[in-house]
Design a protein around this ligand. Sequence first.
Ligand SMILES: C[S@@+](CC[C@H](N)C(=O)[O-])C[C@H]1O[C@@H](n2cnc3c(N)ncnc32)[C@H](O)[C@@H]1O
Length: 231
Amino acid sequence: MPDAIFDHPRIARVYDPLDPDRSDLHTYVNLVDEFGATAVLDVGCGTGTFCCGLADRGIRVLGVDPAGASVAVAQTKAGANRVTWVVGTVLDVAANQSHRRQYDLATMTANVAQVFLEDKEWLANLRAIRTCLRPGGRIAFESRVPSDQAWNRWTKKLTQRLGRHPYRRSPQHTGQGLTASNPDHPSRCNTALSSTGGGIVHSYVTVRYDPPRGLINLHASTNVDAWRLIE
Ligand SMILES: C[S@@+](CC[C@H](N)C(=O)[O-])C[C@H]1O[C@@H](n2cnc3c(N)ncnc32)[C@H](O)[C@@H]1O
């Protein structure tokens, strides 16, 4: 079940305007080039910025995400008609024989790797990805470094801002912040985003904060041949 921030139509549409700087994707584009990937599976594609950018470069791309509202935003972008979109999870993709052993590279950009809260879920998704990769295929994902304690900077004061909603005429109040550690899961954080105009929508996202090496060690237990840490 995707979080409302990604699956509520009004909130999904402010995902890109709230975070317009996507220089974080350069690392992934560099990996596509380095590996000479011609087919990419983007897991948790969200609003599709990465997928559409790759399609523009002539790369065959499948973007999958359970949040239909985000995929709907993705489908409005230039180049979207050259991308294969799946609303679902990579388990759904892997269940379809036609997607097996098709991709050189699977990506999980931004905090996608952190949405899998339990080890079992993370491993099941990695295994599904693996069945979609060609021999020698690679998986690239990222995780925020927990010791940075970024959530301490996600306060209302530091993050809330007033912006014009891209699909509404009058200025709308759009905020991101109000983060609190979840006392039941110290390695998890909740973030909230709200947008007024037609009622306030609050959305809480829970992401996993485990040391990257912890994620990689789990990754290793799915028979991955080698890994590289880019810091
Ligand atoms: C922070 S967004 C990143 C979106 C996109 N990768 C980007 O770089 O903008 C996290 C994404 O993970 C997706 N997600 C949540 N649960 C998922 C799952 N089980 N499988 C794949 N993606 C999932 C969310 O719907 C959301 O689009």
